[in-house]
Design a binder for this molecule. Sequence first.
Ligand code: FAD
Length: 520
Amino acid sequence: CIPDRTNLCSNRILAAIPPDHHVDSSDNTLLSLETLSLGGYLSFHDNYHAAKDFGNTYHFLPLAVLHPKSVSDISSTIKYIFEMGSGSDLTVAARGHAHSLQGQAQAHQGIVINMESLEEPEMQVYTGELPYADVSGGHLWIDILHETLRHGLAPKSWTDYLYLTVGGTLSYAGISGQAFKHGPQIDNVYQLEVVTGKGEVVTCSENQNADLFHGVLGGLGQFGIITRARISLEPAPKMVKWIRVLYSDFSLFSKDQEYLLSSQNSFDYIEGFVMINRTGLLNNWRSSFNPKDPHQASQFSSDGRTLYCLEIAKYFYQGDPHPKNILMQKTERLLSELSYIPSTLFLSEVSYVEFLDRVHVSEKKLRAKGLWEVPHPWLNLFVPKSKIIKFNEEVFGNILTDATSGPILIYPVNTSKWSNKTSLVTPDEDIIYLVAFLSSAVPSSTGKDGLQHILNRNQKILDYCATNPLGIKQYLPHYSTREEWKAHFGPKWQAFLQRKSAYDPLAILAPGQRIFKKAK
Ligand code: FAD
């Protein structure tokens, strides 16, 4: 193993990278690819970065990386492969910011498209009654935030981390603490431009090519490459009151979360997380949060208990018709209805950008310690509300009893407000919980903080969910067999199959999801 490919030595290498891989000039496919007339370019050498992602456990080396300048570069490359028909086994993966976890943005011996090099469309913001932004599928959400704020506007629905591309999050859902109010990011898109698996460039929306539009949203990159998106905007908040409180009783915690979800004029953001066996917890918060009552807070001790943190935020706008103290009184009234441990009320006031970009602060700290580019065996689940108490008892009472490296998020969303026409699959209940085990593994450790131990623990959680059918669905799903995919999609499977045969009949796109295999 060479040093910068340390993780390629792990036992999860699926495709070894030949150390001196280079283009064989007798290879007709490559030669003919080189004849394509492109505004951007194809690179055939040193493409190791395209065999890496945030998960850092799956590594597939592509044959080439396309750095497109325009949509037509993407369309002509795919068209060319499509026209080769089943005579070629070339596949194509759009690579956004490669923050997926199990090689989903990779293409073994195929072509990876570096979406961030796409130069069109230039970002445009339209103000007016229904404001929106036209952005490229390769734009990062952080850049969209900064550009829209120049017009006093911002997207409504976010992810917790903003260094992700539009195409990348719209291929899943894009969920954060605003999704209870606005739906996930896929429900906040007016229009898309997509390059299908036949190389056709298609504009789609609710009213135009609606089947493709719904299919692509949450469609795991299976039906087309998103090259442009029209994102719905709202007036941007100026400041955010950011609040954390603790519970030791899960049923009180979840009751309060659900109460806030349904109350009028509630908060603008609702999330929560679990803390197992954490000492000095509140002291860690003090760098960014202030206790409401410092004396009481100093008396609080977690005593090794499992604690649940409710994290909520209230937005404030420039030119709010109500003075801030009136708005704060309303917030305090809402807080007074909750059953958290009184000494654990912590508050902070930050700008909207600081609030949305909060995970980047942690990223910088972890990078400085060399702890960002480690394996990330994440597991994300949607748990129906009716099963969350049972799930909590088993998972946080029996399976996961040690402190974990990485946060565990747990918060409800009301899917009754979400579109059910997209490809996203959720449990069939109006309120569901997102439970995200966002673990980091210590490279080459064989202990509790090692990759294998965490993967085994994830499997225990999945086994528990399967043997006591809880109606749970994976978010950012990862399966290895067709049967598992079929079960995942359930009643949506037939539509998924039909869309695949309509828009990507040769199964050229997004091979890293491992749902379909290109026929040869
Ligand atoms: P990539 O990893 O590059 O691609 C993911 C998949 O989408 C691949 O199959 C790829 O082929 C396909 N794809 C990429 N671009 C396109 C395109 N233009 N058209 C069609 N298909 C495309 N998710 C949430 O919902 N909420 C969160 O709060 C959240 N927080 C996160 C925090 C971190 C630190 C990380 C690493 C991930 C987080 N995620 C979250 C998950 C994230 O939304 C997905 O992993 C997303 O796919 C990442 O975007 P990306 O640009 O890196 O996509």
